[in-house]
Design a protein around this ligand. Structure first.
Ligand code: ADP
Ligand code: MG
Length: 236
């Protein structure tokens, strides 16, 4: 059984399909890029896996758990206990300093904060952002903010780390570094990593790639070698 099983999933907004009869599997402890142009359905796919939205048709199974059968409260539990999210625009709370942002999931989830704080501070040091802890998000560069965000997303050791254009706001040098960090940290934490991106340069950093077009899987680009992925137009 795969960790994530997406079976014949469709999602419509009005009359338009955002995802159409899409099936894919993600394995435990593995790392994937999902590449597609703007509007191809990448965010929708990520939101369905992360329990932020529900499929109209088909099934999303996580470790055998059918997300469509969960009520809203169970879905919130699922998100909090198993998923780490990273978005392009960080979503750090502007009124909290970085340490408080990092510890927010632990506090919301009612966890014992001390061991999570200890682990998170080690990661903060490893990522070279100790000087950011008492600062507020607006006082940090984009790369620093994204590193704080990564620590927060990993603070509860999520089973799945879902990243929506995590490097969309960074220059190419920082983009490469952040992607490498996501890969190495997800391995270290035993989290399955799924990064959706419109940027072929980000996708090239992954051995396993899927490509989306108009809400459908084009091919398993990973099986055909990275060079078969054509360049996508810039995100609008
Ligand atoms: P991507 O992340 O690849 O840019 P999305 O998953 O955001 O693509 O969107 C896929 C399609 O669904 C697009 O045509 C988009 O306009 C549409 N869509 C996404 N979210 C909504 C929404 N909340 N309401 C209406 N249409 C939406
Ligand atoms: Mg998107």
């Amino acid at each position: 059984m795969s960790l994530v099983e997406i079976k014949n999933v469709s999602k419509k907004y009005g009359h338009q399909y955002a995802l159409k009869d899409l099936s894919l599997n993600l394995e435990d402890n593995s790392q994937y890029a999902i590449l597609g142009a703007s509007g191809s359905g990448k965010s929708t796919l990520l939101y369905l896996m992360g329990g932020l939205d529900r499929a109209d048709e088909g099934e999303v199974l996580i470790d055998g758990l059918a997300l469509n059968k969960l009520n809203d409260e169970q879905m919130a539990d699922y998100r909090n206990s198993r998923i780490g999210f990273i978005f392009q625009f960080h979503f750090l709370l502007p009124s909290l300093n970085c340490l408080k942002n990092i510890l927010l999931p632990a506090e919301i989830g009612g966890h014992k904060v001390a061991p999570i704080k200890k682990r998170s501070l080690e990661l903060v040091e490893h990522l070279g952002i100790t000087h950011c802890l008492k600062k507020f998000p607006y006082q940090l560069s984009g790369g620093e903010q994204q590193r704080v965000n990564i620590v927060r997303a990993l603070s509860l050791k999520p089973q799945i780390l879902l990243c929506d254009e995590p490097t969309g706001n960074l220059d190419s040098d920082n983009s490469k570094k952040v992607t490498q960090l996501l890969k190495s940290l997800s391995k270290e934490f035993g989290s399955t990593l799924a990064v959706v991106t419109h940027d072929p340069a980000v996708a090239q950093q992954f051995d396993q790639k899927f490509m989306l077009k108009d809400g459908q899987l084009v091919n398993d680009a990973g099986r055909q070698g990275g060079d078969s992925v054509p360049p996508a137009p810039p995100e609008i």
